[in-house]
Design a protein. Structure first.
Length: 349
């Protein structure tokens, strides 16, 4: 007599530790096969499904929140909500997400809130009406309550960004605090002492500012860091900030600037050069993100490289239950890319 399936074990205290990887190892299959078993069972053979389900029973695994909520009846589309498509970094996130989604038979619907919270809320409602399977969110600020409500009703999301306070949803981001520290420490190493940080009111930017402040606090040689906050981080706003700086007396003019993103930095660079400020002889400048245009500026821009495409791809894998939420500080390290806006002191004329 053939034995029936192993009896289902109740999930004990250790079951919460079981991951997709644990089930894959026990069943002798890939992580993707485990994910498909729970989210797209028609893509998995009966024999593989049996092995995965038996392994999940033995381990007490019930899947992560995203995998449990990807129900039959939802579309094969995933929604990607970004705060501003004017920033090329979001196009890079979308490209990474789209490529990863396609590899798993999914499609990406991209919407742009244009930094407007009311438009963001409307798009979240649109995603629910379209029954998307899940959402990748790069919101204007904190996670909007409409997105949390959607999650409670069965549609999961992954935040591509920094989560504010305790949270139960997956969030993935680069190490922005370290990136800000790298930027300011580089300027200090070039002998700059009157630093200025220009950035918007955003959780990512707040962390970049915190890193810059830490670098100044750690400096052996006394240095200062002034902060200028802006509403949005665009090139136009950066150019406007440059005009206000040009009204200052020499004693109050910064000799090094850290910008919250590359668009701000490029606007600052344009405004300063047009006014006759020599970059980097008179002032050094560092941006953030390493968008494509950074290397093609009239003076190529020193910046912090941000792994945007990799973040988008990883967010899709987390949403589909193929990948566990990582320690992003170790996975997505920022990198200082030195170009002409901050030449070493020895290289200045």
């Amino acid at each position: 007599m053939t034995s029936g399936p192993a009896p289902r074990r109740s999930a004990g205290p250790s079951s919460a530790a079981a991951t997709v990887g644990d089930v894959a190892a026990r069943a002798g299959v890939s992580r993707a096969t485990v994910s498909y078993t729970f989210t797209q069972p028609d893509r998995v053979s009966a024999e593989l499904r049996r092995r995965v389900l038996e392994a999940a029973d033995e381990l007490g695994y019930v899947g992560n929140d995203a995998a449990r909520r990807l129900r039959v009846g939802h579309s094969r589309a995933l929604g990607l909500l970004v705060s501003s498509m004017a920033n090329p970094v979001y196009a890079e996130i979308a490209a990474g997400a789209e490529a990863e989604a396609a590899a798993h038979g999914r499609f990406i619907l991209v919407v742009n809130s244009d930094e407007k919270p009311e438009r963001e809320r409307a798009y979240i409602n649109f995603f629910e009406s379209q029954q998307v399977s899940g959402i990748l969110a790069v919101p204007v600020g904190d996670v909007p309550p409409e997105l949390l409500g959607l999650r409670r009703r069965g549609t999961p999301f992954v935040l591509v960004g920094v989560a504010a306070g305790p949270h139960s949803y997956p969030a993935i981001s680069g190490d922005n605090e370290r990136g800000g520290h790298l930027a300011a420490a580089h300027l200090l190493a070039q002998g700059r002492r009157r630093l200025l940080f220009v950035g918007g009111a955003h959780p990512h930017v707040d962390l970049r500012l915190a890193g810059a402040r830490r670098a100044v606090a750690e400096s052996v040689t006394p240095a200062t860091l002034e902060v200028v906050r802006v509403r949005v981080q665009t090139a136009k706003v950066g150019e406007a900030v440059s005009r206000t700086l040009l009204e200052r007396p020499d004693s109050q003019f910064p000799d090094g600037i850290v910008a919250g993103n590359d668009l701000l930095a490029l606007g600052l660079l344009h405004g300063l050069i047009v006014a006759g400020v020599r970059v980097p002889q008179d002032l050094s400048l560092v941006g953030y993100d390493d968008i494509e245009f950074a290397d093609f500026a009239i003076v190529p821009l020193t910046t912090i490289r941000h792994p945007s495409a990799a973040l988008g791809a990883s967010a899709v894998r987390i949403l589909l239950g193929i990948e566990d939420e990582p320690d992003t500080r170790g996975r997505f390290e920022p990198e200082l890319v030195i170009r002409s806006t901050s030449l070493p002191e020895a290289a200045r004329p």
